[in-house]
Design a protein around this ligand. Sequence first.
Ligand code: PMV
Length: 328
Amino acid sequence: MKATALAHPNIALVKYWGKRDDALILPHQSSLSLTLSPLSVTTTVEFGVPTDAVEINGHTSKGSERERVLRLLESVRAQTKDALGPAKVVSRGDFPMAAGLASSAAGFAALAVAGRAAAGLPSDARAASILARLGSGSACRSVEGGFCEWQRGERPDGDDSFAVQRFDAAHWPDLRMVVAVLDRGEKDVKSRDGMKQTVETSPYYAAWVRDAEEEVPRARAHIARRDLQALGELCERNAWRMHSTSLAADPPLCYLNAGTLGLIQHLREHRKKGIPVWFTLDAGPNPVLLTDAANEVAAEALARACGALDVIRCVPGGDAVLKQEHLF
Ligand code: PMV
């Protein structure tokens, strides 16, 4: 009745931005991401305790975060005949929440894998991805390592909306992602609210959906050839397009700040000098730089020269895994 899993966060190379179903977290378009090592979140789940209890990074979880954890576990209960009872969940991440990397993606992926195991359900990447999706959309892409594609699906019940691994971490060991933490503050508008506002008010939203869907197979082809330049260019334009559709919302949503634009300017200068480095940007001001092993030191130096408070160097990460050691 007790199990522990470890999962890595992921960074979207083709972003997910906007839900067609808010409750089931079903996206309007497919997306594609890279799992990031060495960052990880570990989660222990035990069923059959006296009352539900959720602790994340040493704090008792409250509000919508707690509700999403309990909802995911409710879905686990619905898949077993046994009366599992209330659950205790303890989750711990090894990277700063303020880095702007969605620790919730790794957290919900670890919760889905541990929750299924604690309930005695068999290991099943697709079922775990669907389950993780109920916690946060991007979490469905953290169940497996390497490059994962979240297929939007068509069904209203979401059973065909899950992530599949296209290439494992060993496919492109030389690839590097360098997180430039320019701002440690909480963002004003959470992704969940920002994407809703964009879907409802941006006149560019339909174009975003069409374009992002078409970029996924292109990104897959660039990854298959390990073509860093083509993938870097695609990543940048996809990030710009996500931010453009958000800027066109009413009221407008601007996640970038002056530091973000300064770094992007410098990055372009570096590229003119022949350094292969591109960026992507989630719903926040901290760029993630895409480069290769030979240039990660130069990418880190670029981030620091542009005022990065922290720099986190990442490599392609592996699958979420069960662990023998529990957190309680
Ligand atoms: O799944 P959420 O609610 O963390 O939203 C993720 C949104 C982006 O990070 C901006 C894009 C993505 O695909 O991860």
